[in-house]
Design a protein around this ligand. Structure first.
Ligand code: UDP
Length: 446
C-alpha cells in the first residue's frame, strides 16, 4: 500500500462464489474511483470452473493468484469449509492462526482490513462469540431465550449461524478462533447498508468500543457486470417478457442450496396452490444436507425435473417456468414482471433483491441464512418467512400474502421500495457507502 503512486490492494477470498463476487465488486469500485489495481488471492483446493470463468472475466487491472495447495489428507471428507481453510505451511505462522491476517503478514503488509461479505448482524455475532462461548451452556438450539446482541433483532438459538450449532464439531472451534481474531483487523468493511439494519448500524458505527476496529458499511456491493453478454438471451427472460408487471415470484436457493426430496415436493405443490405465476430454478434435492455439491459448481448432477410431483409440469405450464440449476438471477430480479423472490436468504441474493425492489419470502437453509431471515422478516420487515412446518398450505399462504396480500404483504412491499431507494442512494455520489469507502481509502494514503 504505497503512500505515493498507484494503489494496489491484495484481497484474500474465502471459498465460495458468494464471497468472491462482492470482493471483486469492491476491487472494481476501487479501480473505477481511485485507479487502484487489485490481486484476488484464492484457495487452490476450492477452485471451480465457475470461479475460474468469473476471475477470467474481470478487467485487466484485477488479477488473481491461486494460493499453493495445502495438504488436507488428515481431515475427514465431512470436514466443513471452516475446518478446511488452512494457511499454506510455507507461511510464517503457527498452524492454528487465522489465514487472512497471516497472509497479510507473510506478504509484508503492515495493515489488514477484514471484509465481511454478509451483514452487521453477523459481524455482531462474531464480535460477541468469545463471550457467548463462555456464557452459553450447551448448544444454541437448546436455548429457551433468543440470543440478544447489541442493536440486533433477537435471534432464536436454532436460527444462529449453522457452523455454531454443534460445539463438538471442529468447525465451531475454528469459527471461535476466527471470531476472536476479527478484532485484530485495522478496520472491518461490511457488505451491508444502514437502512436494512439501522439499530445495529447505530451501535457499530457510532459507538466506538475499546479494542474493536472501526466498522464501515460499504454495501450493497452486488454483481454489476453480468456474464450474459452474449446475444443469446436466456429463455426464462423471454418468458418473463410475456408476463404482466410484478406478477411472477422467482424461486431460487442460491448457488449451493438443495432441498430435501419431500420439501421440494411440498414447494411444487405450494406454488401450484398459490395460484401465482412462478419462475423456479430447480435443482436436484439432497437428503443429506442443505448444501449441495454444486456450491462450487452450479451444475446439478441429475435431471432435477424428475423429482417433481407427477403431473406438476403439465398442470402449471401456463403459469410456471422451470429452469434447471442456474438462472441469470440479477436480470430476473431486474425484470419488471418479477414481483417477489422466494429465497434462501443468502446475503448476495438478499442485497440483489433489495437493490431491485423485490420483496421476499424467506426459506433459509444453512450458514447465516436463518439469522438473515429473522432480521428481514422480524426486524426490518422486508420478507415473509415460511412458517414451520413447511407444507404446501403454509408455502402457498406466504407466497400469496407476499404477492397480493393487502396487509402484511402490502407492508413488506412498501418497506422494500423504501430500502431500494436507500440502497441506491448509498452507493451513489455522496452516498453513505461511497463516503465510507472514501474514508477507508484516505486511511491507506496516510
Ligand atoms: N445466482 C445466480 N443464479 C442462480 C443462483 C444463484 O446468478 O441460479 C447468484 C446470485 O445472483 C448470487 C449468488 O449466485 O449473486 C448466490 O449468492 P448468495 O449469497 O445469495 O448465496 P450462496 O450461493 O452463497 O448460498
Amino acid at each position: 500500500l504505497p503512500a505515493a503512486g498507484p494503489l494496489h490492494v491484495a484481497m484474500l477470498a474465502t471459498p465460495g462464489m458468494g464471497h468472491l463476487i462482492p470482493l471483486a465488486e469492491l476491487a472494481r469500485r476501487l479501480a473505477s474511483r481511485y485507479g487502484a489495481t487489485a490481486t484476488l488471492l484464492t484457495f487452490a483446493s476450492t477452485a471451480s470452473t465457475t470461479q475460474r470463468a468469473f476471475l477470467a472475466s474481470l478487467p485487466p487491472g484485477i488479477t488473481s493468484l491461486r494460493l499453493p495447495p495445502v495438504d488436507l489428507s488428515d481431515l475427514p471428507r465431512s470436514a466443513t469449509i471452516e475446518t478446511r481453510m488452512r494457511p499454506p505451511a510455507s507461511w510464517p505462522s503457527s498452524p492454528t492462526s487465522s489465514a487472512r491476517t497471516d497472509a497479510a503478514r507473510a506478504a509484508g503488509v503492515g495493515r489488514t482490513y477484514l471484509f465481511n461479505p454478509t451483514n452487521l448482524h453477523m459481524l455482531s455475532l462474531l464480535l460477541r462469540l468469545p463471550e457467548l462461548d463462555a456464557t452459553v451452556p450447551g448448544e444454541f438450539r437448546d436455548l429457551a431465550e433468543p440470543v440478544r446482541l447489541p442493536g440486533c433483532v433477537p435471534i432464536p438459538g436454532s436460527d444462529i449461524l449453522s457452523p455454531l450449532q454443534d460445539k463438538g464439531d471442529p468447525c465451531y472451534r475454528w469459527m471461535l478462533h476466527h471470531a476472536a481474531r476479527c478484532r485484530e483487523a485495522d478496520a472491518i468493511l461490511v457488505n451491508s447498508f444502514d437502512a436494512v439494519e439501522p439499530e445495529a448500524a447505530a451501535v457499530l458505527h457510532r459507538q466506538q468500543e475499546p479494542g474493536r476496529p472501526p466498522v464501515y458499511n460499504v454495501g450493497p456491493l452486488i454483481l454489476t457486470e453480468t456474464e450474459t453478454k452474449s446475444s443469446l438471451r436466456a429463455a426464462c427472460l423471454e418468458w418473463l417478457d410475456r408476463q404482466p408487471p410484478r406478477s411472477v415470484v422467482f424461486v431460487s436457493f442460491g448457488s449451493g442450496g438443495a432441498l430435501r426430496t419431500e420439501q421440494m415436493r411440498q414447494l411444487a405443490l405450494g406454488l401450484e396452490l398459490s395460484g401465482q405465476r412462478f419462475l423456479w430454478v430447480v435443482r436436484s434435492p439432497s437428503d443429506e444436507g442443505a448444501v449441495s455439491d454444486n456450491y462450487y459448481d452450479a451444475e446439478s448432477k441429475e435431471d432435477p425435473l424428475v423429482f417433481l410431483p407427477e403431473g406438476f409440469v403439465e398442470r402449471t405450464k401456463d403459469v410456471g417456468f422451470l429452469v434447471s440449476s442456474w438462472a441469470p438471477q440479477i436480470e430476473v430480479l431486474a425484470h419488471e414482471a418479477t414481483g417477489g423472490f422466494l429465497t434462501h436468504c443468502g446475503w448476495n441474493s438478499t442485497l440483489e433483491s433489495l437493490v431491485h425492489g423485490v420483496p421476499m419470502v424467506a426459506w433459509p437453509l444453512y450458514a447465516e441464512q436463518h439469522q438473515n431471515a429473522v432480521m428481514l422478516a422480524e426486524g426490518i420487515g422486508a420478507a415473509i418467512r415460511v412458517p414451520e412446518p413447511k407444507r404446501k398450505e403454509t408455502i402457498a399462504g406466504a407466497v400469496k400474502e407476499l404477492m397480493a396480500g393487502e396487509q402484511k404483504g402490502a407492508a413488506v412491499r412498501a418497506t422494500v421500495a423504501e430500502l431500494q431507494k436507500a440502497a441506491l442512494e448509498g452507493v451513489g455520489e455522496g452516498g453513505a457507502a461511497t463516503t465510507a469507502l472514501a474514508e477507508v481509502v484516505d486511511k491507506w494514503a496516510t
